[in-house]
Design a protein. Structure first.
Length: 255
């Protein structure tokens, strides 16, 4: 098992790398525990060395290829088996260190936090879209999405936290929150809803609540206006689905 800091799934394989690695890794097709299968068949594992400088900062799949980001560029891995894999390098605004969780795809466009600000990437060159929130430097970004909106939580150089929302269709920014409530620990998605845990360990769901009770012992369930919710809602959710959401967010926060 290789050392892994960043990973994504694509075509029934896990694509991964580590911050300080000079290699990318691909598991055997259909077997995320097997990284050393070299039998000369299409389902084999794969690894390749890279010569670019700098540390890896994130991984995602987009537009039928896998992107291995550094702050100053990206390696793109094309193909779907060891015999067809081809890797390229593009020098461009990459993902900022410690901002790997800012990567999201909305309406076929990839959004992420770069050193200079928030970028939108459609497969050609990334475009800086964060002029509307000023030129202040931000760090430790985590992002989520809801419908056509991109939500990003990040801190400035004074360790003040902000939660911004970008409407991708209207191309408009606004501030959702600031302070400890804006420090988002994790985003998760289920049944067309987005769930978050903030810096106070409160859990929110939007665009509407459909949970029938508090779903994690240390969390209070609230709507997007901050109101603690009771037991009367528009619909019910089975218990196993509820705990699946909680487990996903908690694992994202821990690991």
């Amino acid at each position: 098992m290789p050392e892994i800091d960043f990973a994504c799934e694509y075509n029934n394989r896990i694509y991964a790398t580590a911050k300080d690695a000079h290699e990318i890794y691909v598991c055997k097709q259909g077997d995320p525990t097997n990284w050393e299968a070299y039998e000369g068949i299409t389902s084999d594992s794969y690894r390749a060395s890279v010569g670019s400088a700098g540390k890896f900062t994130g991984v995602c799949n987009y537009n039928n290829y896998v992107m291995f980001f550094k702050e100053n560029g990206v390696h793109k891995l094309y193909g779907d088996s060891p015999a067809t894999y081809q890797m390229t390098w593009d020098s461009l605004r990459g993902v900022q260190a410690d901002c790997e969780d800012s990567i999201q795809v909305i309406d076929e466009v990839l959004y992420y936090k770069a050193l200079e600000g928030i970028c939108a990437y459609d497969g050609s060159m990334p475009v800086l879209i964060s002029e509307g929130i000023g030129d202040e430097s931000y760090f430790d970004a985590k992002a989520g999405k809801c419908r056509s909106k991109y939500y990003i939580s990040m801190r400035n150089s004074n360790s003040e936290w902000f939660l911004y929302a970008y409407d991708a269709r209207k191309q408009m920014w606004h501030i959702e929150d600031k302070g400890n409530k804006a420090k988002i620990k994790g985003f998760a998605y289920l049944d067309s809803q987005t769930y978050i845990i903030d810096g106070s360990d409160d859990m929110y769901a939007f665009p509407k609540i459909s949970i029938t009770e508090t779903i994690y012992p240390s969390c209070k369930m609230r709507d997007v206006n901050g109101r603690e919710v009771g037991k009367t809602f528009e619909k019910k959710m089975q218990a196993w689905t509820t705990w699946l959401v909680v487990a996903y967010i908690v694992l994202s926060v821990v690991f």
